[in-house]
Write a protein that binds this ligand. Structure first.
Ligand SMILES: *Cc1c(COP(=O)(O)O)cnc(C)c1O
Length: 390
């Protein structure tokens, strides 16, 4: 029996054909494929403007620039996220402020969000923005978040790295907050190897994002050098080198066509897991709100320590010995050395995130898994849980 890795990308002949076509076309960097990918992505999500960049980290950085973040500003986010979400705040010499998670969805707790905003307002240093992260692909409760943000004058930049395709009530993620950032990193629901997209309905921000992603130059390279264009360009801002290549966009175009199919398969796998673990008292299955479409980027189980004689790390080790790859999403940011040392955080400062961290395991969930693979993960998890039952 072979091992079941934590992740394998789903790359077919369409992706390979698209990349080869791009290579043969003679146009490798941002060009017609990027424009096509942006157009089709905007249509898929239902946003007015989609701006392709070379990572979600770049997307978040440019989004914060577009909303006018400045040195010394405060931006609120969750500690239960990847490095990128808070790192980009530091790019501005601004300060990330963490708000603990809701212990059901593991998304930012909006009651605590409002409380924190009110605390910050007192000394006259109102936060400028909030970055909700749609953890595992389950949208945050956006109605209260938008309402709180509007009431206190905060911009909403969504980290939707996990959330394609996802919906909150009757809206697609990508059409809710001020700006939404997506990731096409190798493990994400659709991939371009590395890549990202910024979605917004605001035309001025979209223009600014397009300029900033390529050196602050007002026109894209392909427009400058295409036959109808010319050699002249102007630097109108201090920009970055964040553009996506046509090679990557070719991958993205093929992946986007399969996005619904890939999502259906993730959803099936999640349903198989939840059905199998439902009656296993040693394990809590992930919650799914009835008014959302979960993208099932991650399937995260929570161990019940009171029902087990083994801890999370031991559980992962046993699964590894049985050939099952797993991961942990996430080690909360506030317990990492950089944050601990910079801000003096203690683990208990965000108790829900810390307590959750100690008992979460992300199981393999990707469309290339066969039903038999899913069955093997189920059997292995059940076996470890039963052998170490308290
Ligand atoms: C993957 C990820 C990112 C960063 O995406 P990149 O495309 O690798 O820059 C940001 N936030 C979250 C929550 C992620 O999981």
């Amino acid at each position: 029996m072979g091992n079941i890795p934590f992740h394998l990308p789903h790359i077919g002949d369409e992706e390979i054909g698209g990349v080869v076509e791009s290579l043969r076309s003679g146009w490798l960097t941002s060009g017609p494929k990027v424009l096509q990918f942006e157009r089709e992505f905007a249509e898929y999500v239902g946003c007015r403007h989609a701006v392709a960049v070379n990572s979600c980290t770049a997307a978040l950085h440019l989004a914060l620039n577009a909303i006018g973040l400045r040195e010394g500003d405060k931006v609120i986010t969750t500690p239960m996220t990847f490095a990128a979400t808070a790192e980009v705040i530091h790019y501005f010499r601004a300060e990330p402020v963490f708000v603990d998670i809701d212990s059901e969805t593991l998304n930012i707790n909006h009651t605590l969000l409002e409380k924190r905003i009110n605390e910050l307002k007192a000394p006259g240093s109102s936060p400028r923005a909030v970055i909700p992260v749609h953890y595992a692909g389950q949208p945050c409760d956006m109605d209260p978040i938008m309402q709180i943000a509007r009431a206190h004058g905060l911009r909403v930049v969504e980290d939707a790295a996990h959330a394609l395709p996802a919906r909150y009530k009757d809206r697609t993620v990508g059409t809710i907050g001020d700006i939404t950032c997506f990731s096409f990193y190798a493990t994400k629901n659709i991939t371009t190897g590395e890549g990202g997209m910024v979605a917004t309905d605001n035309p001025e921000w979209a223009d600014r994002l397009r300029t900033l992603r390529l050196h602050g130059i007002s026109k894209d390279a392909w427009k400058r050098y295409a036959s109808e264009g010319n050699w002249y360009y102007e630097i109108t801002d201090n920009g970055y080198k964040y553009n996506l290549t046509d090679i990557a966009a070719a991958l993205g175009i093929a992946q986007l066509k399969k996005a619904d199919y890939l999502w259906e398969r993730r959803k099936n796998i999640a349903a198989m897991y939840s059905e199998a673990f439902k009656y296993l008292p040693q394990i809590e299955v992930p919650s799914e709100n009835s008014d959302v479409q979960h993208s099932w980027h991650l399937y995260v189980i929570r161990l019940r320590p009171e029902a087990l004689t083994i801890d999370r790390d031991g559980f992962i080790r046993e699964l590894k010995n049985m050939g099952i790859g797993t991961s942990v999403h996430f080690i909360p940011l506030h317990i990492h050395p950089y944050y601990r040392e910079t801000y003096g955080y203690r683990p208990e400062d965000f108790p829900a995130a810390y307590e959750t961290y100690r008992r979460i395991i992300s199981l393999p969930i990707y469309p290339r898994m066969k039903d038999a693979d899913v069955g093997r993960v189920i059997d292995s998890v059940t076996d470890v849980a039963e052998r170490h039952k308290r």
